[in-house]
Design a protein around this ligand. Structure first.
Ligand code: NAD
Ligand code: DAU
Length: 362
């Protein structure tokens, strides 16, 4: 690996991955990161302000759309790309219900475009790593876990578009023998997550004393993983994973949404009590998920024994410490928060009022 193209490096996980990589022992002096990002509402160059200057020459940003064949071709050749780690995607389930077109375009067509260009240069390529989600497997009932052999059964336009992209990667491995790996991960949380997702949205609303919109009765379950643990898992796969294989990554941390929201309320009450001294749990408002998220998946849980046994990976951060760190990070970064809240704040306002939101992804 010398010239690593990271797509979507200005998003939540991509920016954490770049920060992780630049200080990883395996990241040598002669290696470069080429971060290719379209800067949609979810992409922020400011998320890398601390590293972009410090690693001059080893970190390069290119503003481009992965769907644009010409630009991608130029990047592949100009920077002599030999490795791709592909994060770029439209990633929010609620938005995919309102504007699925952008999800089909970026998640399916964008991935296809990258795969085609990678295939044409296959002989000089080290690896194409595709970052995907556990949502491709659909929803679990009360019992069981997703393994690498669980049949695909996506529910939302988002998960269907990610499932399609996974199938394309597999087809390119099978048909054209490209060196590629896939990871399917559960819900991430941590610094730099756009505050439309459950944890950052609840942190910021609770901090400001606003209502906390919990879908349904808050009984849906997600398997939470601290973002740095995900980044370490991806880097392990890129270094030591077997070509052609898929690895599930998860947190061994199933929580009902209502419990996550209550934990956030309690931590914030200790850190920064509201002036009224009102307990933040009183801000919780149960909203109809049939309106905001029709087809809401009930439960995700990951069996990550394959990556654990084969590559020695396991989550390190506990949910309690990870959540406290995350809350502290949002309190310590008001500039970043106000910057990203300005982008598409109107989308969120209208979404939660049940009004037709403006088109934002495209
Ligand atoms: P994000 O929405 O925070 O970031 C996505 C990034 O992709 C943004 O920087 C955006 O500008 C960029 N992007 C979007 N369309 C683009 C295009 N056409 N060309 C170039 N760049 C484009 O997403 P995230 O939460 O960081 O997720 C990253 C990846 O990880 C996605 O593929 C997602 O499916 C996957 N994933 C996410 C989670 C999670 O919990 N967030 C869990 C498992 C897998
Ligand atoms: O499982 C991996 C997936 O996790 C990733 O592939 C997606 O990109 C990522 O967005 C995430 O998807 P979810 O839909 O699980 O995450 P989200 O934070 O949107 O919602 C988590 C749960 O919280 C879900 O059951 C819906 C609920 N929820 C969400 C929001 C935004 C609420 O109750 N209220 C809210 O306001």
């Amino acid at each position: 690996m010398k010239n690593i193209m990271i797509t979507g490096g200005c998003g939540f996980i991509g920016s954490n991955f770049i920060r992780y990589l630049l200080t990883a022992p395996e990241f040598k002096q002669d290696m470069r990161i080429i971060n290719v990002d379209k800067l949609t509402y979810a992409g922020n160059q400011e998320s890398l302000d601390d590293v972009s200057g410090a690693f001059n020459g080893q970190y390069i940003f290119v503003h481009a759309d992965i769907c644009d064949r010409q630009s991608m071709e130029t990047i592949f050749d100009k920077f002599e790309i030999d490795t791709v780690c592909h994060f770029a995607a439209e990633s929010h389930v609620d938005r995919s219900i309102v504007e699925p077109d952008a999800f089909v375009q970026t998640n399916i067509m964008g991935t296809f475009n990258l795969l085609n260009l990678f295939r044409a240069r296959k002989d000089r390529m080290f690896l194409f790593h595709h970052v995907s989600t556990d949502e491709v497997f659909g929803s679990l009932g009360k019992y069981g876990h997703f393994s690498e052999t669980t049949p695909y059964n996506p529910s939302s336009p988002y998960s269907a578009s990610k499932a399609s992209s996974d199938h394309l990667v597999r087809a390119f491995i099978h048909t054209y023998a490209i060196p590629a790996t896939i990871s399917n991960c559960s819900n991430n949380y941590g610094p730099y997550q756009y505050p439309e997702k459950l944890i950052p949205l609840m942190i910021l609303n609770a901090f400001e004393g606003k209502n906390l919109p919990v879908y349904g009765k808050g009984l849906n379950i997600r398997d939470w993983l601290y973002v740095k643990d995900h980044c370490r898992g991806i880097w392990e796969i890129m270094n030591r994973g077997i070509r052609g294989e898929t690895y599930n990554i998860g947190g061994d941390c199933e929580k009902q949404n209502i419990d996550v929201v209550c934990m956030i309320c309690d931590i914030l009450d200790k850190m920064e009590p509201l002036k009224s001294d009102r307990p933040r749990r009183e801000l919780i408002e149960f909203v109809d998920d049939k309106k905001l998220r029709p087809g809401h998946d009930f439960r995700y849980a990951i069996d990550f024994s394959k990556i654990q046994v084969e590559l020695g990976w396991a989550p390190e951060e506990s949910f309690e410490t990870g959540l406290e760190k995350t809350i502290q990070w949002y309190l310590d970064h008001p500039k970043w928060v106000s910057l990203v809240q300005k982008k598409c704040g109107e989308w969120l306002r209208r979404h939660y009022k049940g009004e037709e939101p403006p088109r934002c992804c495209t």
